[in-house]
Design a protein around this ligand. Structure first.
Ligand code: COA
Ligand code: AMP
Length: 640
């Protein structure tokens, strides 16, 4: 049997076991985690919305990610902060990390934060962001990290949904050419929110000193220093496996984000399992995920995955290009001896655009760099092939969602790599019984497109529910096809069992690997006093995959010049949602194309914008409107 065939046979056997004997499979995986009380029950189908993993297990995620390594490998580097944008570099060993986390945990306990309380974290890519998350985990508090590219209103929505006792923040983030002033955004968010947190602990960065509001705001470094002087520490609080570790908000189909809940035990077991099986990372090795702690990739593979595995994680504060040059990624891999890099395809498209022959790469020597992992958006075969050619290592696409926390489909690189097929994130991972169904929920054959669903129960780490919203969870994910989790992605499975992810079935678009709701942007556009109606689509973009494009129809009698309104709309989305929405194109049109029953033809508009083949919808109200849309797009340099 060839190597590839034997890998495939072995993986198939392991996968079959995970579906037929999930308790054996995940029960074994759970042995790699330290428990205060090891679970007797691996899965209880009667608990929660669709069942709960390890319900009688008691553990602490911070203990597993920090303390157990601080005890056995105290001087090993846990975190490397590499920040070309500020020119700073710093390393923390596991012992130092434990001490910092323990002190911050004690500070939070002094402010009355206890098991089950929520803490919102609004921080850039600095070690303190990880320390904040781990300190919450240590004392049993539930963290909710908000990405720094979101505006005050988005932060306010999350405060009102999660009701945090405290906000942990930094004074600023740094983007190329500008300082992102966090404190005024936090002040505004608290002003906007109905729920007022009791305190804000601010880490003052050297680049900007934020003004602290007496009584409410506190200086992080001073509090930690006081705690240290007083000899205060915090212990790892035993929590139930099913207690939430964090809430991470992600775009839903409306402006109201969904609070994805992650439990402690299932998450630790699954994420730990992936570090070896998927990423092939051993304790002591350096792993780099070039994402942001504000996204799920950051939660799973900047913070928890590498640390649960006793590896070294790189916290990179910079971009793939321009900080300072297109060789930034190669420098980091080479300088820190990273064994693998995980990023979004858009980063490689950005590098390729500036350095198509990868001249910069020639300046660097890698030490046992083994693989590039891509996720977050479709990995276009062209980019994958380019990356393979220049790096000379396997390039592995894998597909997952905030909701799952780890790969639904991937290539088990650490167990034995399966052949790569460009355009496919390979096969379903253990525990995921992935099916393709038609609109009626009937399975479709190999190679046929349909809705991608996962048979319940979902494996450990997948969301047990949405925060305080079991009904919304059922309605959004479980009600369309009873017994199955709806991924809201469409695609197909080929004759070899390889999955192909072709796009979303809802209004979510993917901009530079960031998941955004067009519905949310429409709500903002519609709030402009001159706008009568609007539609936002994701138009194809060579760098970012998609870019949002808003069409608006003005109210009768509006006399403001169109160009001004378009500018105001771009500014409004930036102000209300944030720069991360990358909303740069607003087009005023006379009318929107609709069906006779009044449904806006967004799909056809997207095809026109993308210069794809399209057919006239039979139900269209007035076909001429589509010509108007094409002309409007062409006036902005879109649509051929
Ligand atoms: N805080 C504040 N603003 C932020 C931010 C943050 N943490 N992250 C991004 N932004 C801003 C950017 O500065 C930009 O603002 P601008 O309109 O003033 O230029 C805007 O949000 C859009 O950001 P982005 O879509 O990331 O575009 P970019 O032009 O800055 O960079 C890439 C493009 C491809 C280089 C960049 O997206 C990238 O590095 N992607 C890597 C993949 C990744 O991180 N994926 C996440 C999930 S895995
Ligand atoms: P997020 O929850 O932000 O991780 O976004 C999840 C969504 O991103 C998925 O539902 C997909 O639409 C898309 N996505 C993530 N990874 C991939 C991938 N490897 N291929 C195609 N789409 C992907």
């Amino acid at each position: 049997m060839s190597h590839a065939a034997s890998n495939a046979a072995q993986f198939r056997a392991l996968y079959e076991r995970s579906l037929k004997h999930p308790t054996g499979f995940w029960g074994d995986a759970a042995k790699s985690i330290d428990w205060f009380t090891p679970p007797k029950t691996v899965f209880d189908a009667s608990q929660g919305v669709y069942g709960r993993w390890f319900p009688d297990g008691v553990m602490n995620t911070c203990y597993n990610a920090v303390d157990r390594h601080a005890a056995t490998r105290p001087d090993q580097v846990a975190i490397i902060h590499d920040s070309p944008i500020t020119g700073m570099k710093r390393k923390l060993t596991y012992r130092e990390l434990r001490d910092e986390v323990s002190a911050l945990g004690a500070v939070m306990q002094d402010y009355g934060v206890h098991k089950g309380d929520r803490v919102v974290i609004y921080m850039p890519m600095i070690p303190e962001a990880l320390i904040a998350m781990l300190a919450c985990a240590r004392i049993g508090a539930i963290h909710s990290v908000v990405f720094g590219g979101f505006a005050a209103r988005e932060l306010a929505t999350r405060l009102d949904d999660s009701h945090p006792k405290l906000i942990l923040a930094a004074s600023c983030g740094i983007e190329p050419g500008r300082v992102v002033h966090y404190k005024p955004l936090i002040d505004e968010a608290i002003e906007l929110a109905t729920h007022k947190p009791e305190g804000v602990i601010v880490f003052q960065r050297p680049q900007e000193k934020a003004t602290l509001k007496a009584g409410r705001d506190h200086d992080w470094a001073e509090l930690v220093q006081d705690a240290n002087s007083a000899g205060k520490t915090s212990e790892c609080v035993p929590v139930k496996s099913t207690d939430p570790l964090y809430i991470l908000y992600t775009s839903g189909t409306t402006g109201k984000p969904k609070g994805v809940v992650r439990d402690n035990g299932g998450h630790a077991v699954a994420i730990h399992w992936t570090m070896k099986a998927i990423y092939s990372i051993n304790p002591g090795e350096v792993f780099w995920s070039a994402s942001d702690v504000g996204w799920v990739v950051g939660h799973s593979y900047i913070v928890y995955g590498p640390l649960l595995a006793g590896a070294t994680t790189i916290v990179y504060e910079g971009k793939p290009v321009g900080t300072p040059d297109v060789g930034a990624f190669w420098r980091v891999i080479s300088e820190h001896g990273a064994k693998a890099l995980f990023t979004a395809p858009t980063a490689f498209r950005a590098i390729r655009k500036e350095d198509p022959n990868a001249e910069e790469l020639k300046k660097y020597k890698f030490n046992d760099f083994r693989a590039l992992f891509l996720a977050g958006e479709r990995a276009d075969p062209d980019t994958v092939k380019w990356a393979e050619d220049i790096l000379g290592v396997p390039v592995i696409d894998h597909w997952w969602q905030t909701e799952t926390g780890w790969a639904i489909a991937g290539n088990p690189f650490g167990l034995g790599q399966l052949p790569v097929k460009h355009g496919s994130p390979t096969v379903a991972m253990p525990g995921y019984d992935v099916r393709i169904v038609d609109e009626g929920g009937h399975p479709v054959g190999a190679g046929k497109m349909g809705s991608i669903v996962v048979k319940l129960p979902m494996p450990p780490s997948c969301l047990p529910t949405l925060w305080n919203a079991d009904d919304r969870f059922r309605e959004s994910y479980l009600s369309t096809y009873p017994g199955f989790y709806l991924t809201s992605d469409a695609g197909y499975i080929d004759g070899d069992g390889y999955l192909y992810i072709m796009g979303r079935t809802d209004d979510i678009i993917n901009v530079a690997g960031h998941r955004l709701s067009t519905g949310g942007m429409e709500e903002v556009l519609a709030s402009h006093p001159a706008v009568a109606e609007c539609a936002v689509i994701g138009a194809k973009d060579a760098l970012k995959g998609e870019q949002p494009c808003g069409f608006v129809v003005l109210k009768a009698g509006v006399s403001t010049p169109v160009e001004q309104i378009e500018k105001e709309l771009v500014a409004l989305v930036r102000e209300k949602i944030g720069p991360v929405a990358a909303f740069k194109i607003a087009i005023v049109i006379k009318r929107l194309p609709k069906t006779r029953s009044g449904k806006i033809l967004r799909g056809t508009m997207k095809k026109i914008a993308d210069s794809d083949q399209w057919t006239m919808p039979a139900t269209i109200d007035d076909p001429v409107i589509l010509d108007e849309i094409k002309a409007a797009l062409q006036s902005k340099g879109l649509a051929r």
